[in-house]
Design a protein around this ligand. Structure first.
Ligand code: UDX
Length: 442
């Protein structure tokens, strides 16, 4: 039976981005945590305090948590038997050849956990899943007949801020089975520190909890595509989308955050989540309700094409044989993640058109090389810009936002900067004698 005296003993099944951060953060909060993953190489790295991905603050957290003895790792699911709370944090990627989410890993994680559950244990889903999954898995857990139950507790962490978002979330959402008060008490014990600090909590049913996650991501994606649609209109009219965003953003009902026009959204969540949401809506017979998300997706993908067109325009109609410097490959700054990265996509498309692309990124060169070994990679912006006919700024890392045009002027062959993230001051670059072009700006 679960003892609610804290610290709790927690297992985290799946030590990818979400699970590794969650495991380390729960240990930081004082709980005893066992991180479990089938991938031995990943477990070895995490146990050595070296996450297999770039996330600021995580190596320090892993090192202190493992040194304290509160955080251990295993490849053996049987290690979960010691724990009373079991977080399922495995991936739900987009299924090959379909928009739907692939639930293979979630199903397998819950199945593998069943023989190790005891009375009063709580299985807590964290993965982003199609609505209806939690109810189905609740039946699987109760079917084990040991008196364990299931809750769904979606995660809203942002890459680059994952540690802070996990330790001090802006809200907690518990999806619990009808009448399962025990589940709420267990989650309250897990998150005692955040709750004491005033984090709001919404306790609801499974379906709402699952929908909170995907609808939050759908809203964010829509906000980005909205401003990128305005950028398209701005391009046709000579208007400036960044000033437009500032002006409408002053309306508190709209807000300026997530209104940055540019190359659009990528990463491991937003693109796949809106597609999975549409696929699920279709199964439920409510596809019309989400048909706008297909437009959100199209607007987003069109921005990449527009960037390629802009480069072609600046290079007098043909990129073939031209040297193009690409600054930024990650889907956003402070990350080495290139899953569905707009920046990497643009670099690849230009190379396919015959351009000589020389790309750099502070953290994402190796992750990019693994996917696209055909591109040329260098370490710094200055190296990338050597003899370049045009420079493309595609991920707004601080070091690129702060670039002094003088650093590149002496090495480039053509002084043209295409700002895919609307992140540098055009006046500064133009005054330094550069052609400055951006998405949605004159
Ligand atoms: C997102 C959600 O923000 C998070 O709550 C959820 O848990 C997981 O998905 P993340 O994928 O880390 O987090 O990235 P986010 O910061 O949301 O950015 C997503 C993409 O949108 C990036 O490619 C970013 O460059 C782009 N973006 C963001 C814009 O193009 N414009 C903006 O104004 C904001």
């Amino acid at each position: 039976m679960t003892s609610l005296s804290t610290p709790l003993t927690i297992s985290v099944i799946g030590c990818g981005y979400l699970g590794a951060v969650h495991a380390a953060a729960m240990a930081e909060l004082g709980h005893r945590v066992i991180g479990i993953d089938v991938d031995k190489a990943k477990i070895d790295l995490l146990a050595a305090g070296r996450p297999p991905f770039y996330e600021p603050g995580l190596p320090e957290l892993l090192t202190s948590a493992t040194a304290s003895g509160r955080l251990t790792f295993s490849t053996d699911i049987a290690a979960a038997a010691e724990a009373t709370v079991h977080f399922v944090a495995v991936g739900t990627p987009q299924r090959a050849g379909s928009n739907a989410a692939d639930l293979t890993y979630v199903d397998a994680a819950v199945e593998s956990l069943l023989p190790h559950l005891s009375e009063g244990d709580l299985v807590v889903g964290k993965s982003t899943v199609p609505v209806g999954t939690a109810e189905r898995l609740a039946a699987v857990v109760s079917g084990a007949g040991v008196g364990a139950t299931l809750a769904w507790n979606p995660e809203f962490l942002r890459e680059g801020f994952a540690v802070k978002d996990t330790i001090s979330p802006d809200r907690l959402v518990y999806g619990v089975g009808e009448g399962d008060e025990h589940a709420e008490s267990v989650l309250d014990a897990v998150y005692a520190a955040a709750l004491a600090a005033g984090t709001p909590k919404v306790v609801t049913g499974y379906a709402t909890a699952e929908l909170v996650k995907v609808s939050a991501n759908a809203f964010l994606a829509t906000k980005i595509s909205f401003i990128n649609a305005m950028a398209e209109v701005a391009e046709a009219t000579g208007a400036d989308v960044t000033q437009l965003a500032d002006a409408i953003g002053f309306d508190a009902r709209i807000g300026r955050r997530f209104l940055n026009a540019g190359l659009g959204f990528g990463g491991g969540c937003l693109p796949k989540d809106i597609r999975g949401f549409m696929a699920r809506a279709e199964e439920l017979g409510v596809e019309q309700a989400l048909s706008f998300l297909s437009e959100v997706d199209s607007i987003n993908l069109r921005r990449r094409g527009r960037m390629v067109d802009l480069a072609t325009e600046v290079l007098d109609g043909d990129v073939s044989g031209k040297r193009i410097a690409v600054l930024g490959l990650a889907f956003k700054p402070d990350s080495d993640d290139v899953r569905d990265s707009p920046a990497l996509d643009v670099a690849v498309r230009l190379a396919e058109l015959g351009a000589i692309v020389v790309a750099t990124d502070p953290e994402a060169v190796e992750t990019s090389r693994a996917r696209h070994p055909e591109l040329t990679y260098v370490s710094t912006a200055v190296e990338a810009a050597q003899d370049a006919d045009v420079v493309l700024l595609l991920t707004e890392w601080k070091q690129y936002r702060d670039l002094d045009p003088a650093e590149l002027t002496s090495v480039v062959s053509g002084r043209a900067l295409l700002d895919g993230r609307n992140c540098v001051n055009p006046v500064v670059w133009r005054e330094a004698g550069w052609t400055y072009r951006a998405l949605g700006r004159p």
